[in-house]
Design a protein around this ligand. Structure first.
Ligand code: 5GP
Ligand code: MN
Length: 339
C-alpha cells in the first residue's frame, strides 16, 4: 500500500468512485463515507456510497443518506457499480472481511483501492494506496486530514462538516477518550468557524430513540447484566427473545456496552447479543486492558485497545461460558485496577 498522497494530483480528474465502509456502519463509518462523498462530489466525480448492510435510523439525518445503497438490498446494482468503478475508497475498516458479503466483489474489482482507517493490523496487501493510523480518534478525523493535506480546505462545506463532526464525536465518546488530541479540538474549532452547529447533531444522534428502546435498556440492566467484581468485569448477555419483545432495530443496542463501565472499579465491560444468525460481541475497557488482543484471541474479532468487537456462531450460552473462561485466563491483567 503506497501513501495516499499519490492520489492528490488525480483528484481533479472526474472518475467513477465507490466509497464503502464496514457492515452495520456506525457514526464514524457513515460520517466518514458521506463526508468524503460530499467532498469528492465537488470535483464532478460520479460518486456512490455503498454500505454492506443496513444502518441505524438515527444516522438518517446525515445529508446524503438517501443516496446510500444497501448492498444486501441492491446486490446486483452494487456489484455492477463496483465492477465499473475506477476508485474504491474503503473507510473505517482494516480487513475486507468487515464488509461481509461484499468482500469477494471488492477483492475481485479491478479498481484502484484506497484505504483510510484507524484500526490495528490493516490488510495492506489488498490496497493500492491509503493511510492507516491507529493514533487517530476516528476515520472522520483522517478524512479531514486528507482534505486539508490535499490542499482543498475551501471544499469543506456544511454537509462535509456535519458528517465529519458526527463521526469524531461518536468515536471519541463525545470527546472523552484518550484519542481526543489537541488536533481533534482544533479540527472541531475549524468546522465551527465554517458554520457547523454542534447541538443539532448531538440531538439527532442521542435524542431520537423509541420509548421501547429505553424500556429495553431498563430490562437489560435489571435482568441481563452480571458483575464479576473479582475480575473488575461486567457482562451483559441478551437473548434474541428480548430483541423481538422490544422491537429492537439496528443501532438500538449501540452504546449499551458502555453502561457497566460507569460502575466503580469496572475495568472490562462486555456485551453478547444473540442476533439470530450470529452472536455479536462488544468489549470496552478503561485503562490498561487490551480488548483488541482479547477480541482477536477469543472472539474472531479486533478493533482498538479500549474498544473492540467480535462474533461467534456458537449458541448464546456457550459464548457466555467461553467469555467466563477467558476471564479466568486473564485474571492477572483484570484483577488489578488503578485510575
Ligand atoms: P463495536 O463493539 O462498536 O461493534 O466495535 C468496536 C470497535 O471494534 C470498532 O472500531 C469496530 O470497527 C471494531 N470491531 C467490531 N467488531 C469487529 C470484528 O468482528 N472484527 C474486527 N476486526 N473489528 C471489529
Ligand atoms: Mn471508527
Amino acid at each position: 500500500m503506497k501513501s495516499i498522497n499519490n492520489i492528490f494530483a488525480e483528484l481533479g480528474t472526474p472518475q467513477k468512485v465507490i466509497i464503502t465502509t464496514h457492515q452495520k456502519p456506525d457514526g464514524d463509518a457513515m460520517g466518514s463515507t458521506l463526508g468524503l462523498y460530499h467532498f469528492l462530489s465537488q470535483f464532478n466525480h460520479e460518486v456512490t456510497v455503498i454500505s454492506p448492510t443496513n444502518w441505524a435510523s438515527f444516522l438518517n439525518w446525515m445529508p446524503g443518506t438517501n443516496n446510500v445503497i444497501d448492498y444486501e438490498k441492491d446486490t446486483l446494482k452494487s456489484n455492477k457499480l463496483i465492477e465499473e468503478a475506477a476508485w474504491i475508497f474503503c473507510l473505517d475498516f482494516n480487513t475486507m472481511s468487515r464488509t461481509k458479503k461484499m468482500e469477494e466483489t471488492l477483492l475481485n474489482a479491478s479498481a484502484t483501492k484506497i484505504l483510510i482507517d484507524h484500526h490495528q493490523q490493516p490488510q495492506t496487501e489488498v490496497f493500492h494506496f491509503g493511510i492507516s493510523d491507529t493514533g487517530k480518534s476516528s476515520t472522520c478525523e483522517m478524512v479531514y486530514d486528507f482534505i486539508i493535506s490535499s490542499g482543498h480546505h475551501n471544499k469543506i462545506n456544511l454537509s462535509v462538516a456535519e458528517c465529519l463532526y458526527a463521526g469524531v464525536m461518536t468515536d471519541t465518546g463525545s470527546f472523552r477518550f484518550p484519542s481526543t488530541t489537541a488536533s481533534v479540538h482544533l479540527m472541531i474549532a475549524d468546522l465551527m468557524k465554517l458554520g457547523l452547529k454542534h447541538t443539532p447533531v448531538h440531538q439527532a444522534l442521542f435524542d431520537n430513540f423509541s420509548e421501547n428502546r429505553l424500556r429495553f435498556i431498563g430490562n437489560v440492566l435489571q435482568n441481563r447484566m452480571e458483575v464479576f467484581f473479582e475480575y473488575n468485569t461486567a457482562l451483559i448477555s441478551i437473548p434474541q427473545s428480548d430483541l423481538i419483545k422490544y422491537e429492537i432495530k439496528t443501532g438500538d443496542t449501540e452504546g449499551l456496552v458502555n453502561y457497566p463501565l460507569g460502575i466503580e472499579g469496572i475495568k472490562l465491560a462486555a456485551i453478547i447479543i444473540d442476533r439470530g444468525e450470529e452472536r455479536k460481541c462488544s468489549f470496552r475497557s478503561k485503562g490498561e486492558f487490551d480488548v483488541n488482543t482479547f477480541a482477536r484471541k477469543y472472539f474472531e474479532g479486533g478493533g482498538h485497545y479500549n474498544a473492540a468487537g467480535g462474533q461467534s456462531k456458537e449458541p448464546l450460552e456457550s459464548v457466555v461460558q467461553h467469555f467466563k473462561k477467558a476471564l479466568i485466563e486473564n485474571k492477572n491483567d483484570l484483577s488489578t485496577y488503578k485510575f
